[in-house]
Write a protein that binds this ligand. Sequence first.
Ligand SMILES: NC(=O)c1ccc[n+]([C@@H]2O[C@H](COP(=O)([O-])OP(=O)(O)OC[C@H]3O[C@@H](n4cnc5c(N)ncnc54)[C@H](OP(=O)(O)O)[C@@H]3O)[C@@H](O)[C@H]2O)c1
Length: 220
Amino acid sequence: MRRALVVGNSDGIGLALTRRLVAEGWSVVGVSRSPRDDLVQHVVDVTAAEYPEVLAAVGPVDLCVYAAGVGELFDPADLAAQTRALEVNLIGAARTVEAVVPGMLAAGGGHFIGLSSLADVLISADAPGYAASKAGLTSYLLGLSAALRPKGVAVTAVRFGFVDTKMAKGAAKPMMVGVDRAVDVLMHAVRSRRPVVSYPRRMSVAARVLRLVTRSTLKR
Ligand SMILES: NC(=O)c1ccc[n+]([C@@H]2O[C@H](COP(=O)([O-])OP(=O)(O)OC[C@H]3O[C@@H](n4cnc5c(N)ncnc54)[C@H](OP(=O)(O)O)[C@@H]3O)[C@@H](O)[C@H]2O)c1
């Protein structure tokens, strides 16, 4: 039976993906801070000192999906929340790579998927830590993809726009997709093993246009 690790699977996209993988015959181990009695789960914070030990106890997996993420709207009285987005979304993903990829290399194959965001191209006054964490995550995953593909390990950055979970914040959420559709896209990514998947494509184009507009505004 194929084994998957889904980090950040107590809620949202990670939870729906876990259920889909189980329904399709995968054995799935999850990680989150909140327990879920209906899943095989390790309760740990990805920023905690003991996180690597927890992943070592999980053992080798064929697929690892890093779906843990946080993102608070900017509050100048709480800059720690912006730092936290970098720690969870970027450093947590890097710590996960460090723990699981050696097992994939030893097995001669595997697939690491990170949930990045179309916000990875944005210069964001609303959520600067979140945008920076996703820019770093996409860049890291694309570099890893190029480095590890010749060794049989696929790495994919999945870049969503708005997905209908508690994470989606802000007054306007253009082209928002449901969680089931997001899981369809992820399952396709599992099969295709492409380095980058951006969805919805029209939103990806809109994000790039928004970046150009913001850059020209900043130059003035
Ligand atoms: N929803 C969107 O619009 C959207 C768009 C683009 C990209 N994404 C990305 O997709 C990923 C999943 O987002 P989502 O919408 O499913 O969010 P969500 O519903 O808020 O779920 C986030 C998951 O991450 C876990 N998590 C958060 N901090 C953690 C920590 N320190 N240690 C361990 N687990 C942690 C949460 O569990 P606990 O709270 O129990 O720890 C939860 O299971 C994120 O990386 C997000 O940036 C989301």
